[in-house]
Design a protein around this ligand. Structure first.
Ligand code: GDP
Ligand code: MG
Length: 233
C-alpha cells in the first residue's frame, strides 16, 4: 500500500510512541501501579476532579500525579496541596503528552519516591479534545471528561477521544438548570461512538456522582491489563 509521506511519518510517530507507551506500562506493572490518563478540552474540570479524587482516596490509596500543561505549574501546585507526589511536565508547543515525556516523568518519580509504594498514577493530560487520545502514554485506562457547557454534539465531532475512552465523566452537571443542554443526548451521542463506555455524570462543585467515580477508581486500581467495560445499570 502506498501512503503519502506525511501519513507514513505520522504512522511511524504513532508506532514509536506505542513502543514507548508499552515500555512505560511495563514499568507500572512491575511496580504494581495502575495508571489512568485523564483527558478533556481545556477547562472541562480535570484538575477539579483530581482535587476531589485525591481528597477522597488518599487515605486508602497511595497516589501520584503526572501533570501535563503547555506552560506553568499552576495545576501541579493546586494538586501538591493534597500532599501527594506531583511531577509537572511542560510540553511547550506540544498539544498532548506523549510516551517519551511521561517516561521522563516516571524517572523523576523513581528518583524522588519509592514507586513500589504507589498504587495509582493519575496523568492529567494537556487540555485538548483531539491529540491526547491518539498518543498512549502507558495508561491502563483512558478517562475522558466532557463538561455539559461544551454541547451535546462534541462526541460526534471529536469521535477519537470518545471512541478511545474507557470512562466518560460528564462534568459540571450542577450547571444544567442554567443551560439549554440535554445531558441524556450527550450520553446517547457518546454511545453511538462507543457503546461499551462507562458514563458517569458528576459535579465537582456539589459532589453529585463523585462516589460512583471513586468506586470505579477503587475497583480498577490494582487490576492489571486493560479495564473491562462495566455493566451499565
Ligand atoms: N460549576 C462548576 N464548575 C466547575 C466544576 N468543575 C470545575 N469547574 C470550574 O471550571 C473551571 C476549569 O476547571 P479545571 O479543573 O481547572 O479544568 P481543567 O482545565 O480541565 O483542569 C474552573 O473555574 C473550575 O472551578 C463543576 O463541577 N461545576
Ligand atoms: Mg487542569
Amino acid at each position: 500500500m502506498h501512503l503519502p509521506t506525511d501519513t507514513a511519518i505520522g504512522l511511524n510517530l504513532l508506532h514509536a510512541n506505542q513502543d514507548g507507551a508499552d515500555h512505560n506500562r511495563a514499568h507500572f506493572d512491575r511496580w504494581g501501579i495502575t495508571c489512568f490518563n485523564v483527558m478533556s478540552s481545556p477547562g472541562a474540570g480535570k484538575t477539579a476532579l483530581l482535587e476531589k479524587t485525591l481528597a477522597a482516596l488518599t487515605p486508602d490509596l497511595n497516589i501520584a500525579v503526572i501533570e501535563g500543561d503547555m506552560t506553568t505549574e499552576l495545576d501541579a501546585d493546586r494538586l501538591r496541596q493534597y500532599g501527594v507526589p506531583v511531577i509537572a511536565i511542560n510540553t511547550g508547543r506540544a498539544c498532548h503528552l506523549d510516551a517519551r515525556m511521561v517516561a521522563g516523568g516516571i524517572h523523576t518519580l523513581e528518583r524522588h519516591h519509592n514507586p513500589q509504594a504507589l498504587d495509582l498514577v493519575l496523568v492529567e493530560n494537556v487540555g485538548n479534545l483531539v491529540c491526547p487520545a491518539e498518543f498512549e502514554v502507558g495508561e491502563h485506562a483512558k478517562i475522558a471528561l466532557l463538561s455539559i457547557t461544551e454541547g451535546e454534539d462534541k462526541p460526534l465531532k471529536y469521535p477519537v477521544m470518545f471512541r478511545e475512552a474507557d470512562v466518560l465523566l460528564i462534568t459540571k452537571t450542577d450547571l444544567a438548570p442554567y443551560l439549554d443542554v440535554d445531558v441524556a443526548q450527550i450520553e446517547a451521542n457518546v454511545r453511538q461512538i462507543n457503546p461499551q463506555v462507562t458514563v458517569i455524570p458528576v459535579s465537582a462543585k456539589t459532589g453529585a456522582g463523585l462516589t460512583t467515580w471513586f468506586d470505579w477508581v477503587k475497583v480498577h486500581t490494582g487490576t492489571s491489563g486493560r479495564v473491562p467495560a462495566m455493566p451499565q445499570g
